[in-house]
Structures are given as C-alpha cells and as structure tokens.
Design a protein around this ligand. Sequence first.
Ligand code: XIL
Length: 320
Amino acid sequence: GFVVGTAVAGGGHHLSQDYPDPFTHDKEYRKILARQFSSVSAENQMKWDYIHPEKDRYDFGQADAIVEFAERNGQVVRGHTLLWHSQNPEWVEKGDFSKDELRAILHDHIKTVVGRYAGRIQQWDVANEIFDEQGNLRTTDNIWIRELGPGIVADAFRWTHEADPDALLFFNDYNVESINAKSNAYYALTQDLLEQGVPVHGFSVQAHLSTRYGFPGDLEDNLRRFDALGLETAVTELDVRMDLPESGVPTPEMEQKQADYYQRALQACLAVDGCNSFTIWGFTDKYSWVPVTFEGEGFANVMTDDFVRKPAFYALRDTL
Ligand code: XIL
C-alpha cells in the first residue's frame, strides 16, 4: 500500500505562460512520470484559481487529464487543495459576498470538484496551511476562516467526506516536519476534531527543505505522534533546495548532502506504520518552482534539467 509520488507540473503559475505545458508537451517528462511513480499530485491544476476561474465556470481539463493519466498507469492521485489562503481567484478574494453566499460557494466548490473525482482520488488535502508559524489560525489572510470562522474547517472536511466517502482527508502544511508551535497546533486541532467525530484521516508534512537549514531530525517522532492519534501521515511535497553555486554546478558534497535529506525523509516515513504516501514536488529541476520562489536557491529535485539522475534519486531508490 505504500506509494511514491510526484507533483505533476503545469497549469502556468511559476512556469512562464508561453512555456509549453510539460505534462502535455514533454514526452520524456511523461515517460518518467508514468514509469517511476505510483502516485501523482496536481501541482496547480486542482487549485481554485485553476479549476474554478469564474463563479459559474469550472475548468476541469488538466485535472481530468491527470486523473486519466494516473488510471492508465496504475497510479493513485492526491487531490490538492480545497481550503487555502493562496491561489484563490479574484472573484473569490475580491467578491462582495455575504457570509451565507461565501459558505455556499465553498460548499458548492467542494461538492463539484470532489464529487467529480469521487472514488478516484486516494487522498485529499482538504485544508492547506491554515496555521501561521506561531500556531495561530490564519484569521486574516485565509478568506474562509476570516469570513466564516474556524468552524468552516470542520465543515470542509464534512463536505469533502460527503462528496467522496472513500477518500482519505488530510491537513497539509510546511514547516511542520518538526515538533514545533505549528505542528503542535495541528496536533491539538486534529485531536479535537476527532473527538467531535469530524472525518479527518491524515496529517501531512510538505517538507520543502533547504540545505541552508539542518534536516528536521525529529520528523519521525512527529509523524509518530499523529500516527498514535489513529491518523494516516504522509510526506507530500518534498524538495531539497540549495544555494546556487557560482559555477552553476553543485559540488559532489552538496549533492550528497541533498541526497541525505531525501533519504532521511523517506526513512522517517517508512519507519511509521501509517505513513503510506511519500511524494516529491516534481522530479526534475527543469520545471521546479524553487528558483522562481526562493532567490538564490535551486537544484532542489532528484533529476537535473536534462533528467539525469542525481545521488538523491539513487538514495531514494536504494532505500525503498
Ligand atoms: C506551488 C507550485 O509549485 C507553484 O507552481 C505555484 O506557483 C505556487 O504553489 N505549498 C503548497 C503547494 O501547498 O501548493 C505550493 O505549490 C508549494 C507550497
């Protein structure tokens, strides 16, 4: 039941708009995607701004294509994401809706998107990044929580479960690999929701790591405490960025350090019973979001721009 996944690049976003979409156009990319992975995640194609660009218009084209590709290749799919502060379309963020209308909009979105893929998505990131670094709910930048109150989080889980009773429903966030204020907040919240009977099934760590910082050595312990609550756990967006070397080519030492991070993340997941899903955020540097997002950093994936396998690729393969 253990799956190894990757994000599927596409949907514009950090890739230039006139760049041909890799999932559709890059044959070599698709071949590796089909062969090396048993799970796929939509990097952008199921997010609000992509899939629901106007109030009365959904665009399922790319999401459908990913789900169909996965089925053809015997892969499972992680759905990402339903309730988030980021990548919401303007019509949502700038719309002049009453609370009742906004609630109906979220409910309708979940019913429509989750219902469309019911039975075909293994795990849904229902709520993404709802806490800040201090472990406070994002009550200002998350429109749903700000306008509808914290109870909307439980409702999102309930609505998702109604639309697809087979999917495993997750909280997902970054900087929660360690035991810290933010992961503690998830620990308390999931405990509370489970006591109330809310259909929460999993807690996942994105794991956007950087060699600038040490490896989160307590990752396994952290996953274990969620496991002990009866939750599934997962690593969902692993990449390991590094400072761009002046030469443009990372040294063997840097590549080795990166490989160690990848391997340790996988080992932590493998060591925990309910950690059944391990996903890297893309496999090639060619389409990585990292250089566009983190100034001066890059080389975060397990293959180079030319799909050459790095030590990190072999470290994962040899650990499995
Ligand atoms: C990133 C994508 O990789 C980019 O293409 C996009 O421009 C921004 O979002 N946490 C998440 C992911 O949950 O959805 C984010 O993906 C990376 C951080």
